[in-house]
Design a protein around this ligand. Structure first.
Ligand code: ADP
Ligand code: MG
Length: 215
C-alpha cells in the first residue's frame, strides 16, 4: 500500500468532477438551504465552481499545491455566504502538504490524509465549529477520523476512503436530528429538526467524488 499513488491527473479530475457535481446537484443543495437557511447554498457553490471552470485550463500546468490554492482562492473571492470562505480555505490548505513536489507529481495516500486533515482543520478554525453543530463538519470530521483509523489499520486506500465516505454520510444523516449552533440555521432552533444541513450534504457528495476518482 505504501506505493499507492494519487496522480496529479487525479487531483485535476476531482475538481472537474466537482464542477460537474455542483451543476447537477446545486438545485438540491439550494432546496435544503431553503428549509433551514436562506436558500442559496447551491447557488453559492455554482458561482464559485463556475469561476474555477473558467480558469481550469490555464491552471492545469501548475503543481497540485498551486492548482488547489487557486481553486480555493476563486471560491473565497467569488462566493458570498459562509460556504465560500469555508470551502475556499479548505481547498487552499488542501494542497499545502505536498509543497515540496514538482509540477507533475501527485501524493501518497498518507499525504492525501494529511491534505484532508489540513483542509478540515481550517474549516474548524475559521468556522469556530466542530461536530454536533449541524454543519459540514458533521460530514467531514467523522470521514477524516475514519480515513485515519482505516489507514492505521492497514486497510487498502480505496477501501479506507469508501469507509470514510460512509462515515461522512452517516454524519450527514445525523444532522437531521440536531439543532444548529452555528450558521444561519441557528435562528430556527428546534424548527431545524427533521432537516439535513445543506453544507453537510454538499460535503458528503464532494467526498464521494474524491473516492470515486481514486484508482
Ligand atoms: P450562508 O449560510 O452564508 O447562506 P451557504 O448557504 O452557502 O452560506 O452555506 C451554508 C452552510 O455552511 C451550512 O449548511 C453549514 O454546513 C456551513 N456553515 C455555516 N456556518 C458554519 C460554521 N461556522 N462552521 C462550519 N460550517 C458552517
Ligand atoms: Mg445559505
Amino acid at each position: 500500500m505504501s506505493d499507492y499513488m494519487l496522480s496529479k491527473e487525479y487531483f485535476i479530475k476531482v475538481i472537474e468532477d466537482l464542477i460537474a457535481l455542483v451543476e447537477e446537484r446545486g438545485a438540491y443543495y439550494t432546496e435544503l438551504d431553503s428549509a433551514i437557511g436562506d436558500g442559496d447554498h447551491g447557488i453559492n457553490l455554482e458561482i464559485g465552481f463556475r469561476e474555477v471552470n473558467k480558469h481550469l485550463d490555464e491552471w492545469k500546468g501548475l503543481n497540485v499545491r498551486d492548482f488547489y490554492n487557486n481553486v480555493g482562492k476563486a471560491l473565497l473571492d467569488k462566493v458570498g455566504g459562509s460556504s465560500g470562505p469555508l470551502y475556499g480555505s479548505f481547498f487552499m490548505k488542501f494542497g499545502l502538504p505536498i509543497k515540496a513536489k514538482g509540477p507533475e507529481e501527485g501524493a501518497t495516500f498518507a499525504e492525501f490524509i494529511d491534505m484532508m486533515d489540513k483542509g478540515v482543520a481550517i474549516i474548524q478554525k475559521r468556522g469556530k465549529s466542530t461536530t454536533g453543530e449541524k454543519t459540514m463538519l458533521d460530514t467531514f470530521i467523522p470521514a477524516l477520523e475514519t480515513m485515519k483509523a482505516e489507514y492505521a489499520a492497514g486497510t487498502p486506500a480505496k477501501e479506507a476512503m469508501e469507509k470514510a465516505v460512509d462515515a461522512g454520510k452517516a454524519g450527514l444523516e445525523s444532522t437531521r436530528n440536531i439543532v444548529a449552533t452555528k450558521g444561519r440555521a441557528m435562528r430556527l432552533g428546534e424548527r431545524a429538526i427533521g432537516h439535513l444541513d445543506p453544507g453537510a450534504a454538499s460535503a458528503a457528495e464532494f467526498l464521494e467524488v474524491f473516492y470515486k476518482d481514486m484508482p
